[in-house]
Design a protein around this ligand. Structure first.
Ligand SMILES: [Zn+2]
Length: 176
C-alpha cells in the first residue's frame, strides 16, 4: 500500500478511536489537500443528537471552513467505513477527487455495497474510489465496540431484573 495513503488512513483510524472512547460508533475521517490534513472528524451523532453528524460530514465541513469554499475539488477524503447515502451526497456535492475507505458497510454503504453513487455517470461529478484501506483494523474497531455495547446492555438488563424481581416474576437471586 502507498505509504501516504496508509498514513492518512491511520489518522482517520485515530479519529475513529476518539469516537469509540466517548461511546460513539467508532468511525473517523480526514480530508487531505496537497499532502496536508485540512479537515478531520469523528462520529458525534449520539452526543449532539444530530442525524448529520457523521465523521465525513464533520471533516468536510471543517475543510470547507478552512478553504472558505464549498468546492473541495483537489481534496481526498479518507474514512474508516464505507460512506452512507448522505455522506456520499456530500462527497459528490463537494466534488472531492478521491475517496479512500476502510471496511465495507453492507447495511448502509452507498459506494459499493448497496449503491454506486460515486461512479454514477448520470451525475455531473464522479469520484475515484479506493476501497479496503486498513479494512481489517477498521472493522476490528467496530466489532470490538459493538461487542462491548452488547455486553453492557446485557449487564444492564440483568441488573434491572435483579432490582425488579416482582415485575419479571423472578426471585432476586436469579442468575439469569
Ligand atoms: Zn454517513
Amino acid at each position: 500500500m502507498d505509504k501516504q495513503v496508509e498514513f492518512f488512513m491511520k489518522e482517520a483510524l485515530f479519529e475513529a478511536r476518539s469516537a469509540g472512547q466517548i461511546d460513539e460508533v467508532p468511525i473517523g475521517a480526514v480530508v487531505v489537500k496537497n499532502g496536508r490534513i485540512i479537515g478531520r472528524g469523528h462520529n458525534l451523532r449520539e452526543h449532539l443528537q444530530e442525524v448529520t453528524m457523521h465523521a465525513e460530514m464533520i471533516a468536510i465541513t471543517e475543510a470547507c471552513q478552512y478553504l472558505h469554499s464549498w468546492r473541495l475539488e483537489d481534496c481526498d477524503l479518507y474514512v474508516t467505513l464505507e460512506p452512507c447515502m448522505m455522506c456520499s451526497g456530500a462527497i459528490l456535492n463537494a466534488r472531492i477527487k478521491n475517496l479512500y475507505y476502510g471496511a465495507p458497510d453492507p447495511k448502509a454503504g452507498a459506494v459499493d455495497s448497496l449503491y454506486h453513487l460515486l461512479g454514477d455517470s448520470r451525475l455531473n461529478h464522479q469520484v475515484d474510489v479506493h476501497a479496503g484501506i486498513c479494512a481489517t483494523e477498521s472493522s476490528q474497531l467496530l466489532r470490538t465496540f459493538f461487542r462491548r455495547v452488547r455486553r453492557q446492555r446485557k449487564a444492564a438488563r440483568r441488573r434491572w431484573r435483579r432490582q425488579n424481581p416482582k415485575l419479571t416474576g423472578q426471585t432476586g437471586e436469579s442468575s439469569v
